[in-house]
Ligand binder design. Structure first.
Ligand code: HEC
Ligand code: HEC
Length: 323
């Protein structure tokens, strides 16, 4: 049987052999003394004559003082230099820390390369299989739950290069941890029954920040829709508020799916003052905070302050209030 020997093991063997040889030499030299036991080969230090006072308090003292001065100089110049470098060293450490998190997140996001690739030894979870390379959005086939025989549909997977514009970090962490029931989005975190630990999810959030296209590009992308309330609703809201929208079989607009039904004047009752509804769609509320008349935020409705212009949000809200 051939056992592969790692570098650590080779170094370990080398150290063990050197130690063994040294031990043998020691045993040999102590057992083969040439001189009589107890005989003084050279005078012991306490019996040797030492320097006289003139020498001790003259050249020798000067030498010691000179060395002290040199070391003092090194410390006096070196310490401030070290302090000067310190802020940029810390910034560099922080940047390196973030870059490594993004690199790990990128690995998690992409599918595993073939086993021959050394990159395959780190975990990959293939988010891009559904969400597209660099998170530009994609689709996946999915068997609708509760259909017998299973009804296959093609489900649109939202782009993730704008997800950090729409959600707070803790909200993204929750979405990844628990997934979204009855959609193709599985639960990934251990708390949700998935395979990923908190560190990995935090790395993914760092990666999602790194691929964000930024607010101005996102706002530009929405510009062609103008202030057409229905078109904007279909583009940005319907996948959650209209059953079947994500797989091309939309039921009634705003009838409710993952997000609640907005029909029959629900939003008029929840937000008697339209300004409050505009504020909700613009900023939402943090997990557990109240909104509208009777709402409590679950931290799962995206905010659109960084995605749509104020006029566009007003147009969507006007549209919603007619449903
Ligand atoms: C099998 C396909 C699939 C895979 C794999 C997948 N997702 Fe998803 N994901 C979806 C779908 C579909 C949705 C939208 C669900 C819906 O319609 O509400 C979604 C939604 C999301 C959302 C919320 C976006 C939003 O705007 O609503 C985030 C964040 C997300 N996924 C992150 C991830 C991450 C990170 C991974 C990899 C660890 C991943 N997804 C892997 C299908 C997938
Ligand atoms: C990712 C899914 C998702 C998207 C996209 C989404 N919503 Fe929501 N929305 C929700 C959820 C979930 C709630 C319920 C709030 C909660 O539970 O925290 C909600 C609640 C609301 C409410 C309050 C309803 C009530 O009666 O309490 C309004 C109004 C609303 N959304 C409007 C919009 C508009 C406008 C858009 C598009 C610009 C939009 N939503 C996009 C998921 C979504």
């Amino acid at each position: 049987m051939i056992v592969a020997v790692s570098t650590q093991q080779k170094i370990g063997f080398a150290i063990a052999i050197v130690a063994l040889l040294a031990w043998i030499v020691y045993i040999f030299t102590t057992t083969h003394r040439t001189a009589e036991p107890g005989s003084e080969i050279e005078l012991a230090p306490n019996r040797r004559p030492y320097l006289d006072d003139d020498n001790m308090e003259g050249p020798r003292l000067d030498r010691f003082l000179m060395w002290s001065l040199i070391f003092l100089g090194i410390i006096a110049v070196g310490l401030p230099l070290y302090w000067l470098r310190e802020p940029s060293r810390q910034a560099g450490a922080q940047r390196g820390f973030d870059e490594r998190a993004v690199a790990r997140g990128h690995n998690l996001f992409t599918p595993a390369p073939p086993p021959s690739d050394p990159g395959s030894r780190v975990p990959h979870f293939g988010c891009s299989n559904c969400h597209g390379v660099n998170g530009t959005g994609g689709s996946t086939s999915y068997a609708l739950p509760g259909t017998n025989p299973p009804k296959m549909v093609t489900w649109q997977c939202p782009p993730l290069n704008t997800v950090t514009l729409r959600y707070r970090d803790d909200e993204i962490t929750n979405i990844i941890t628990y997934g979204r029931a009855n959609t193709p989005m599985p639960a990934w975190g251990i708390a949700g029954g998935g395979p990923m630990n908190a560190q990995q999810i935090s790395d993914l959030v760092a990666y999602l920040h790194s691929i964000s296209i930024g607010s101005s590009k996102a706002v530009d992308a929405a510009a062609p829709l103008g202030t057409d309330g229905k078109a904007l609703f279909d583009g940005y809201c319907a996948r959650c508020h209209t059953e079947g929208f994500s797989y091309g079989e939309p039921a009634i607009d705003g009838g409710g799916a993952f997000g609640p039904s907005l029909l029959n004047g629900v939003t008029l009752r929840q937000f008697p003052d339209e300004k409050d509804q505009i504020d909700w769609v613009t900023n939402t509320a943090e997990l557990g905070k109240p909104y509208g008349q009777r709402g409590v935020s679950h931290g799962i409705m995206p905010h659109f302050s960084d995605m749509l212009s104020a006029d566009q949000i007003k147009a969507i809200v006007d549209y919603e209030r007619t449903l």
